[in-house]
Design a protein around this ligand. Structure first.
Ligand code: HEM
Length: 145
């Protein structure tokens, strides 16, 4: 397949559609979309065209909070780091299979950064015991007997 630049809404739609084709069929995260969230694709896909159109083409059509539905979903199934890793792998594979150029690079770097924040926040909620506080000694070592 000849790779091209991400230049317009049709390209965004192709990116989003082919990404979710992979997601739906995926052994690791497919069930979250298909069986847990039971995503209504006719509603979700246009939201995702707006999201990526806003990030990559400056369309300004996405004005919601990306974190909210994920906090809700995280109550149904803990969104563990392994799921986020897989999500990103599929996203990067989709971009790299079809697209090239500056916007393609941007798509991957934005996805990596949002994935990093989202994964970190979910992990804090799901595993509060991992928090850094635990590593702070209760007794100041300088004053130990
Ligand atoms: C384990 C990883 C992830 C899972 C399982 C997941 C799953 C979902 C689900 C089930 C929805 C709701 C669909 C609906 O409306 O029914 C959703 C919405 C969405 N996701 Fe994710 N997601 C993941 C990671 C990400 C990441 C890293 C991004 C950022 C690039 C992202 C961007 C979005 C956006 C923009 C929406 C639409 C939110 C809205 O309604 O405004 N997701 N996701």
């Amino acid at each position: 397949m000849k790779k091209r630049e991400i230049a317009n809404t049709e390209d965004i739609m192709e990116l989003v559609n082919s990404f979710y084709d992979k997601v739906k069929a995926d052994d690791v995260i497919g069930f979250i979309f298909n069986d847990v969230a039971k995503v209504d694709w006719s509603r979700h896909l246009p939201v995702m065209y707006d999201f990526w159109g806003s990030l990559l083409l400056g369309s300004g059509s996405y004005g919601r909070n990306v974190m909210d539905p994920h906090f809700k979903l995280n109550k149904l199934i803990p969104l563990e780091p392994v799921f986020f890793e897989r999500w990103l792998q599929l996203f990067e594979a989709t971009v790299n299979e079809r697209f090239t150029g500056e916007k393609a690079t941007q798509a991957i770097s934005r996805a990596r950064s949002i994935k990093g924040i989202m994964s970190f926040k979910m992990d804090q909620i799901n595993h509060p015991e991992k928090g850094t506080d635990k590593n702070i000694p209760l007794v100041n070592p300088g004053h130990q007997q």
